[in-house]
Ligand binder design. Structure first.
Ligand SMILES: Cc1cc2nc3c(=O)[nH]c(=O)nc-3n(C[C@H](O)[C@H](O)[C@H](O)COP(=O)(O)OP(=O)(O)OC[C@H]3O[C@@H](n4cnc5c(N)ncnc54)[C@H](O)[C@@H]3O)c2cc1C
Length: 308
């Protein structure tokens, strides 16, 4: 740990001891906080439980010259084996969900997407069923335009609220201002932090909503290798092609480098079969890309975000 990170830990431990809603962990392995179960230690792993604490953390880190990385549920990221020489700020402590009378469901960024789906179901609101089982947070879904089974976040989002870490001021983006694309949004190109997301849903039958959610969940169980740690689909879907099919036809199912393996169940996933390192995964990603380039002339683009 560097001296600046140690000094920041001191500042923030004092803030937490005075009653600030903040958890401070030092030299915390990122393998504990990511769905891949991979990643070396972050100098600091911080979980603010409210906006004031988030602002405090970001301000203190800036004053101390410590870099920060914003994390949702950690289901689309691959942290380096060397870890992160700064502060990882997890938003999972900010997870309140409010259901309005008018079909508007507003979730703090750290709420799990599946909890938001359940709240909508319980209120008899339809539109978010597709997202049930996507293991990310509401904020991560807004940033990544998470989608499945023909639905995507852009179809149901009304607006998001953000914090600008340069000015520490909050603002609001309408749906149009998100500039949504496939697994892309304006948030991927700025350092703004999603604070909350409002989803515009319609009245529906609770039974139908519950049935659709359980159908999507069972499709996931049967098609995806949920029994092993992963970060979901490794590559973005190229136009007119299916990644899993090209990887499977290339004979790569079950191909392994170290503890990282092309899933036997779904060739679009790399799974951690035990002890996989970031280096194993990156080597396997490169091998798949080369093979698919050679066999199909298709350039695969990684969806998983490598954090160094
Ligand atoms: C088994 C499995 C199945 C999956 N299935 C799907 C699927 O069907 N469809 C799909 O789209 N994805 C899927 N994913 C990938 C992943 O769940 C989504 O991309 C999800 O939206 C990521 O959310 P997260 O909270 O985990 O984000 P993280 O992985 O924590 O972060 C992803 C990126 O968003 C940024 N970020 C996160 N929260 C915020 C915030 N509040 N403000 C600003 N930036 C933020 C991070 O800095 C990072 O760059 C799957 C993953 C797994 C492991």
């Amino acid at each position: 740990m560097t001296d600046t990170v140690r000094a920041l830990a001191g500042d923030l431990n004092a803030y937490a001891a005075e009653g600030g809603c903040l958890t401070v962990l030092v030299d915390e392995p990122m393998s504990r906080h990511t769905s891949f179960h991979i990643g070396g230690p972050a100098g600091l792993y911080l979980v603010p439980g409210c906006r004031d604490a988030l602002v405090r953390v970001l301000t203190a880190a800036r004053e101390r010259g410590v870099r920060t990385y914003l994390l949702g549920n950690g289901t689309n990221v691959l942290f380096d084996d060397a870890g992160y020489d700064g502060a990882v700020v997890s938003l999972t402590g900010m997870d309140h969900i409010a259901v309005g009378e008018d079909g508007l469901v507003t979730a703090e960024a750290g709420a799990s997407l599946s909890s938001v789906c359940k709240a909508a179901r319980d209120a008899g609101l339809t539109g978010l069923e597709f997202a049930f089982g996507i293991p990310g947070s509401a904020g991560g879904a807004v940033v990544m335009n998470a989608g499945a089974y023909g639905g995507e976040t852009a179809q149901v989002l009304e607006a998001s609220e953000y914090l600008d870490p340069r000015t520490m001021e909050a603002g609001r983006l309408s749906l149009e201002e998100h500039s949504y694309g496939y697994r892309d949004s304006v948030y991927r190109h700025t350092d703004r932090i999603v604070l909350s997301a409002s989803f515009r849903l319609k009245p529906g039958s609770r039974e139908d909503i519950a049935a659709a959610m359980s159908d999507y969940a069972s499709r996931r169980v049967s098609k995806q290798p949920l029994e092993y740690p992963s970060a979901g689909s490794v590559f973005k879907r190229p136009a007119g092609r299916f990644v899993g099919q090209m990887v499977e036809e290339s004979g790569l199912k079950g191909y392994r480098i170290g503890g990282a393996e092309v899933s036997e169940k779904h060739a679009g996933f790399i799974v951690n079969r035990g002890g996989a390192t970031c280096r194993d995964v990156l080597a396997l990603v490169e091998h798949i890309r080369e093979t698919v380039r050679k066999n199909y002339g298709v350039e695969l683009e990684c969806e998983i975000i490598h954090v160094t």
